[in-house]
Design a protein around this ligand. Structure first.
Ligand code: SF4
Length: 219
């Protein structure tokens, strides 16, 4: 229930059961709750269909649908889930229900109030995204080993930028750091070669769900 006495609601693009395609949870059966809306416009965004539309659902309806999948692992994603004020109550309710919860967020909004049981997967936007100016650097000291920091890399210039930020902020000492190539723009083999050449202690990832199913929404 919200402070107004009305049931808490969220705008939802989709809820679906799939394999986690990213992060250290890659490969795990996972229920995804995709919230509608994002204030950013990354050049390589692959979820533009979540910018608008969606349906308004009560918190209880969302929890019931998630429970129906009988899957312990849940990922709240978007869009930018934190742009909806009821995202925080949703995360807490999912944890209270016994789920292992991760949150995928752009890194542009404050993560301080996210339930500490949630694993926060926070982007750091490289210049090729067109959204570098939106990085909220005050989030970086809040990261713990329970969280992960993700940099999506579109070019060698993005990689060198990422390498400099990793060194500058000692990022790999805070939490696991993920580097991912933009599909269709940067060859995974090139990114792998640079990481190995530089002995960069990061985890490279390619999106497992796209290898299996392509770019279909709901996967
Ligand atoms: S933050 Fe995520 S959803 Fe928003 S534009 Fe960037 S990639 Fe797309």
């Amino acid at each position: 229930m919200s402070s107004t006495g009305r049931p808490a609601t969220l705008r939802i693009t989709e809820i679906f059961h799939s394999l986690q395609g990213e992060t250290s949870r890659s490969g795990l059966p996972t229920v995804f709750v995709r919230l509608t809306g994002c204030p950013l416009r990354c050049s390589w965004c692959d979820t533009e269909y979540a910018f608008t539309g969606g349906t308004t659902r009560s918190l209880d309806e969302i929890l019931a649908e998630v429970a129906g999948y009988q899957c312990p692992t849940v990922c709240v994603t978007g869009g930018e889930p934190l742009s909806q004020k009821n995202c925080q109550p949703l995360l807490t309710a999912l944890c209270d229900a016994g789920h292992s919860v991760s949150l995928e967020t752009s890194g542009a909004l404050d993560i301080a109030d996210v339930d500490p049981r949630v694993s926060r997967i926070v982007d750091l936007k490289a210049p090729g995204s067109g959204e570098e100016a939106r990085n909220l650097l005050s989030n970086i000291p809040l990261l713990t080993p329970h969280d992960e920091l993700k940099l999506v890399i579109a070019s060698e210039a993005d990689y060198e930028w990422a390498r400099a930020r990793i060194a500058e902020h000692h990022l790999t000492e805070r939490c696991p750091v993920l580097l991912a190539p933009v599909q269709g723009q940067l060859k995974p083999a090139d990114l792998a070669a640079w990481i190995l050449r530089d002995r960069l202690p990061v985890r490279m990832q390619v999106q497992l769900h796209k290898i299996i199913w392509g770019n279909e929404p709901g996967r």
